[in-house]
Design a protein. Structure first.
Lengths: 343, 222
């Protein structure tokens, strides 16, 4: 099977030849090319080269055409702070609540950073065709305000000024949809709808149902490609029915019991996760094998499962040797039919 | 990791307990009820802070830790308590047990919510602290030395920021400064061994656990 066939089969809740692996080392390409992270992300061709080298090295089942979160903050007037040992971070929030009434969504074509992402996705698609999924990503309209206003400013807005909150959801939805579909047009096969604030760990589910879920349903329905809702390490179980209700086909799983999540999702939505990237930094070979086996045992039976990390990004501090062991372990231990009636 | 110095279990309080009543008012965002519970308690504002607000924020923090409440509840509860204290105490501070100099900082990051939550708890307990905002390692160490800080609270959301705590620890040690470090934030929750790796003395899973951490350091138990 090709990677695409493997993923489409498991997403149909059937067992492919082996458990698919969505390995998301968005930063490690810089190390592959001997570049700083800032230089790496400055040109689309670097990211393309980095992703293709890693695809060859690990033999996983995707290429990641997404750069980093701060680019979306830049589109709204924010800035990016680069560091040598981790993901670029968004600087101070660029908006205030007072700006929302007259706020207009930025045009994708006017954003050099976002255009670089589209350029990379186009080149990746030309390189891998339809054999390997090219992944894109958007920050959800409900989670984007953390970058726009800061977390405190956003919570204040949600509680104190619901009319402005509603307006912000509309503006953000327009941007999010244009950004997602621009990625699809450029070459992305699927879009990760990154919505950490949907997690009940962060926001009262009543608020998510009032503001976040309606826009998720609207935007996801209009994205011209399959989507995965990803809560970026946040637990999903408490809101699972709401997430399924968005119409998405996959859900990223955070730090929670994978077997329980899989049972709740079985036959309804594909589970993506949930290796702990923070702990992965210090895994030796035995710990890596144990983590891979544990996840496969917990969730792989019957398909509907893709092995990945919890956050949607492998930390820079995770060594390449660990990723190699991880990828080899999936090929060795994730072959269907699973031995010993596992799962 | 530390646990709260107050019971995080609401069942430990009687139904009519001001702590339970206040918890319900805060989670329900009922400002008027906060005033009413204070009036009905018969406590002075300072005593109300110490005997009701601090344990209530602890109960709410522990419920968040157990997945029973969301961070938005924790934030709004802290904000309402802060507003109440501003109103009834003005510039005065509640009675503080803490005599050592405490500072609160975020390392090289603009994710400030965790710091704000810790600030709510410290204010609720009447503990004065220096708010350093977002600083880099060099500036943080310089201020700790300048201000004679004995307990440094560091909030981190991103893994690289969490790892920077090691540089702070090493720099403080090289200067021979006796300053204890207490950390909190997502990377430390996701990897309970991380705080030891970076040389922190204690790690808190919730903002409200900072009171217990201060108590433990005071007693020399850590």
């Amino acid at each position: 099977m090709t990677s695409m066939e493997r993923i489409l089969t498991t997403a149909s809740h059937r067992e492919p030849d082996r458990v698919p692996l969505l390995l998301l080392p968005t930063l490690h390409g810089a190390r592959e090319l001997g570049l700083t992270i800032e230089h790496y992300f400055s040109k689309a061709e670097h990211v393309v080269k980095g992703q293709l080298r890693m695809l060859e090295r690990y033999g996983h089942d995707c290429v990641c055409g997404y750069f980093h979160v701060a680019l979306e903050a830049e589109a709204w007037g924010g800035c990016t702070i680069f560091r040598e040992d981790g993901p670029p971070n968004a600087g101070p929030p660029p908006l205030t609540a007072e700006a929302i009434a007259s706020l207009q969504p930025p045009r994708i074509a006017d954003q050099p950073g976002l255009r670089r992402v589209l350029e990379a996705q186009g080149a990746l698609r030309r390189a891998v065709g339809d054999a390997v999924p090219v992944l894109g990503a958007v920050i959800s309209p409900f989670s984007l305000p953390v970058l726009q206003l800061g977390f405190e400013g956003y919570l204040d807005l949600m509680f104190d000024r619901p009319e402005l909150m509603q307006r912000l959801m509309e503006v953000n939805s327009a941007f999010c949809l244009e950004w997602a579909n621009a990625q699809v047009a450029a070459g992305a096969h699927a879009i990760s709808y990154v919505d950490p604030l949907a997690s009940s760990l962060l926001v009262d589910p009543a608020l998510y149902r009032r503001f976040g879920n309606p826009v998720a349903k609207k935007v996801i329905a209009a994205i011209a490609a399959p989507t995965a809702v990803h809560l970026a390490s946040g637990p999903c179980l408490a809101l699972l029915e709401d997430l399924i209700d968005t119409g998405t086909g996959m859900v990223g799983v955070g730090e929670e019991d994978l077997a329980t999540v899989k049972e709740a999702c079985r036959g309804r939505i594909t589970v993506v996760g949930n290796l702990n990237g923070i702990r992965m930094r210090s895994w030796d070979e035995a710990a890596t094998l144990a983590a891979v086996k544990g996840a496969i045992d917990a969730a792989a039976s019957g398909g509907g499962f893709i092995l990945s990390d919890q956050h949607g990004e492998i930390p820079w501090q995770v060594p390449e040797t660990t990723l190699t062991v991880l990828a080899d372990a999936v090929r060795e231990y994730g072959r269907y039919p699973l031995t010993g009636g596992r799962g | 990791m530390v646990t709260s110095c107050y019971s995080g279990n609401a069942a430990d309080y009687l139904d009519s307990s001001p702590v339970l009543l206040l918890e319900s008012a805060l989670v329900g965002m009922d400002r008027l009820a906060v005033q009413r519970i204070h009036a009905d308690s018969g406590l002075s504002p300072l005593s109300f802070c110490e005997q009701v607000i601090a344990p209530t924020l602890s109960v709410i923090g522990e419920k968040w830790d157990r997945g029973e409440l969301s961070l938005s509840h924790v934030y709004m509860s802290g904000r309402l308590c802060e507003e109440f204290m501003e109103e009834v105490l003005g510039g005065r501070s509640a009675a503080a047990q803490e005599r050592r100099r405490v500072a609160l900082a975020v390392l090289e990051d603009y994710h400030l919510l965790g710091k704000r939550l810790v600030g709510f708890v410290l204010k609720g307990a009447g503990i004065p602290y220096l708010d350093y905002g977002t600083v880099d390692v060099h500036e943080l160490v310089r201020r700790v030395q300048r201000d004679g800080v004995r307990i440094l609270l560091i909030s981190a959301l991103m893994l690289p920021s969490a790892l920077k705590v090691r540089e702070v620890r090493d720099a403080l040690d090289q200067l021979g400064l006796e300053c204890r470090i207490v950390v909190g934030g997502a990377p430390f929750r996701l990897d309970p061994a991380l705080h030891r790796e970076v040389g922190a003395d204690l790690s808190c899973d919730t903002a409200s656990q900072v009171l217990s951490a201060l108590a433990r350091l005071r007693e020399g138990e850590s």
